[in-house]
Design a protein around this ligand. Structure first.
Ligand code: FES
Length: 113
């Protein structure tokens, strides 16, 4: 049922996104990398990067409400685990990509293949 799209950091090419100070705790950054829509979230100082396209019907999941470590698609209420992209609740059954994030010299970098 699950179709995890974890990226192994060693197989990723990291792309500089923005200075860390542009993403304070509780905020989100929406970026496009290699034609991929990605949302980067700062939750209490921990950064997560997810594909910003819901696997149910293409909604902008990155705009969704956050409950714990879940993000809820604003269109029809599918839930995804922010850490892994795992689809947790219908109507989505396919995971969204979860990308590795790192900070290098104060810059946020996201790993994409
Ligand atoms: S588009 Fe996200 S739940 Fe339908």
């Amino acid at each position: 049922m699950f179709n995890y799209i974890h990226k192994d950091p060693s197989e990723c090419q990291f792309v500089q996104i923005a200075p860390l100070e542009e993403l304070p705790s509780g905020e989100r950054l929406f970026v496009e990398v290699d034609e991929k829509q990605i949302v980067i979230l700062n939750l209490g100082g921990n950064l997560y990067a997810l594909g910003d396209v819901c696997t149910h019907d293409g909604g902008p999941v990155g705009d969704g409400e956050i409950e714990g470590m879940d993000i809820i698609c604003p269109r029809h209420g599918a839930r995804f685990d922010i850490r892994t992209g795992e689809a947790l609740l219908l109507p989505a059954t396919v995971d969204i990509p979860a990308y590795p994030v790192r900070i290098v010299d104060g810059m946020i970098e996201v790993g994409v293949v």
